[in-house]
Every structure is written in structure tokens, then in C-alpha cells.
Write a protein that binds this ligand. Structure first.
Ligand SMILES: Nc1ncnc2c1ncn2[C@@H]1O[C@H](COP(=O)(O)OP(=O)(O)OP(=O)(O)O)[C@@H](O)[C@H]1O
Ligand SMILES: [Mg+2]
Length: 289
């Protein structure tokens, strides 16, 4: 660990999948650094958001290949770390809420026990203490009857509850960095706001850094400090959330123009046009770089 190093450094990250016809490039040279802040990643389906998040934890599914000029957490080279070291980092230091929470939960273990185990692995707490902490965490993600939900199996909970259970499980070891991939997409608006408030509170109170992946430009703009816009495996624009309205890249401008207006004055929604040149060009830095 190096003093003064940013929480996360990513330089020229590339992710490829070998196919019969050659390599499919899912991520094509993504670079950014992250401090103890909330970084939003937006972009259309298939633009490489999830693969960017997963490569940080070396969880790109095989036969995917990850390469980077630099991929470092607190100054430590993640690409050079042993698998044993990565297991230590995953969960305890960097946690990830996957896009499909139900697939990440063990189907034959009650959700409460899974959260308690996640706590015990890293804290060596006793069973009673772990159970108490797990119940607290379920309550913290606004699950109304934690005692009852504790004893349920993953197939017995709704999609929205599954997302909150995953968030509880990822936050219980107190990570320094949380990668949240569409963590609130299955939640209704009020619960979504409550869960975001919990995440926001953890970031500011504990100084946790966060990467928040979403399709929802409005949500990211109001929740995050900084935004990366991805298109076809590249970052086409990066800006402060507060400067998003001044974004210059035509893809970002197209996304902004296609947001529906609440007052209904927007008329027909414009169709997003695309230019093959966007996939070839480098990032366009926002107003503050
Ligand atoms: N197992 C795989 N084999 C081959 N290619 C893959 C595989 N998984 C992902 N890809 C490729 O990686 C690209 C990026 O995928 P990724 O999951 O990162 O997109 P995303 O931005 O998260 O999309 P979404 O918004 O739909 O979640 C896809 O377009 C796809 O071509
Ligand atoms: Mg995804």
C-alpha cells in the first residue's frame, strides 16, 4: 500500500473475448482514477460498463481476457496480485454488487446466514454477533421484517429485496470501494431513493469510494460526483455531474436530449443518432477535465 495513492487507478484497460471470428473487444482502452468519491458510469447496453467493473476484481468470466497499463488499488497492482490475495481484497476491501443479484446468492443457504457468513469471513466474529450484525444490516437497507427475511431462501424473495440483500451482504465487511452494477434497477422509486441515501451516507461518513453503473443518466447525475459516458467499449466523455448539461460529445448530447421531460413539453422523443467515428476516437474531457 502506498500513501497518497488514489483509491483506484485504471489506465488503458482492455477486455476481450476470443470468438471463432477473432477477438470481440468489450472494453477498449478505458482510463480513470477514483478517490473517495462517487463515480457514475453510464452508457447503452453492451457498451462495456459491467466488464469495466468486473475487471477491477478480476471477475471477468472466462474466456474473457483483461489487460491494462495500470490497474491499482491503493497503489497495489491488481493484475499482478495472487489469486489468494485477490480473494482477500474481494469483499473486504473492494465489494461488488453484481447486476443480477439472484445469481450471486447461494440458492441453498438462507439469505440471513449468507450475510452473517460474509461478516464472519472477514471479522472472525462469533455466530451470535454475526447474526446480530446481519439483522442490523437488513434493517439498514430498509427491509421491514429482518427477523423473517433472515430465514428465507433466495428464491423466496422478490427481485427488489434480492438487490437490497446483496447490498447488505456487500456492505457488511465495511469495504473501501464499492462497485455497484445497476444496484437499484429492480427497486421502485421510493425504495430506490432510500437505498441511494444509505449508500450516499456510507460514502460520506466512512469515506468509501464508489463506482455506480447505471443506464439512468438522470439518476447518476443527481447521485454521483463525476460521470464517465461509455460508448462501444470506450469512455467518450468524462465530466463533473454538475457540469453534465454542458457536455460536448454528440453521444452525451443525444442522451441528454432524449430524456423525457416531466412537464410533458418535450414533444416526441428524439431518436438517438450514432456516428461510427465515436467508437474510434478517444475520450472527450468535460469542462473540468
Ligand atoms: N461471455 C461473453 N462472451 C463474449 N462477449 C461478451 C461476453 N460477455 C460480454 N461480452 C461482450 O462485452 C460487451 C460489453 O458487455 P458489458 O456486460 O460490459 O455491457 P454493459 O455496458 O454492462 O451492458 P448492460 O447495460 O446491458 O448491462 C458486450 O457488448 C458483449 O459483446
Ligand atoms: Mg451490465
Amino acid at each position: 500500500m502506498t500513501d497518497g495513492a488514489p483509491l483506484l487507478e485504471v489506465a488503458n484497460l482492455r477486455v476481450g473475448f476470443p470468438t471463432r471470428t477473432g477477438m470481440t473487444e468489450a472494453v477498449r482502452g478505458v482510463s480513470f482514477t477514483l478517490g473517495r468519491e462517487k463515480l457514475g458510469i453510464v452508457g447503452e447496453s453492451g457498451s462495456g460498463k459491467s466488464m469495466t467493473g468486473r475487471s477491477i476484481l478480476r471477475l471477468v468470466p472466462p474466456p474473457g481476457r483483461v489487460a491494462a497499463d495500470r490497474l491499482a488499488f491503493n497503489g497495489e497492482d491488481l493484475l499482478a496480485a495472487s489469486e489468494r490475495r485477490m480473494r482477500d481484497i474481494r469483499g473486504r476491501r473492494i465489494a461488488m454488487v453484481m447486476q443480477d443479484p439472484k445469481y450471486s446468492l447461494n440458492p441453498v443457504m438462507t439469505v440471513g446466514r449468507q450475510i452473517a457468513e460474509a461478516y464472519r469471513v472477514h471479522s472472525r466474529a462469533g455466530a451470535a454477533e454475526a447474526r446480530r450484525r446481519a439483522l442490523e444490516m437488513l434493517a439498514a437497507v430498509r427491509i421491514r421484517d429482518p427477523e423473517r427475511v433472515y430465514d428465507r431462501y433466495p428464491h423466496e424473495v422478490s427481485g427488489g429485496m434480492g438487490q437490497r440483500i446483496m447490498i447488505a451482504m456487500m456492505l457488511i465487511p465495511d469495504p473501501d470501494l464499492l462497485i455497484a452494477d445497476e444496484p437499484t434497477s429492480a427497486l421502485d422509486v421510493t425504495v430506490q431513493m432510500q437505498v441511494l441515501a444509505i449508500l450516499d451516507d456510507l460514502c460520506s461518513r466512512r469515506g468509501m469510494g464508489m463506482i455506480f453503473v447505471s443506464h439512468d443518466l438522470n439518476l447518476v447525475a443527481s447521485f454521483c460526483d463525476r460521470i464517465l459516458i461509455m460508448y462501444a467499449g470506450r469512455v467518450v466523455e468524462s465530466c463533473r455531474a454538475s457540469e453534465l448539461h454542458a457536455a460536448r460529445h454528440p453521444y452525451t448530447r443525444g442522451l441528454l436530449a432524449s430524456l423525457p421531460r416531466l412537464d410533458g413539453t418535450g414533444g416526441d422523443l428524439p431518436v438517438l443518432s450514432r456516428d461510427p467515428a465515436w467508437a474510434a476516437s478517444g475520450p472527450m474531457d468535460g469542462v473540468d477535465g
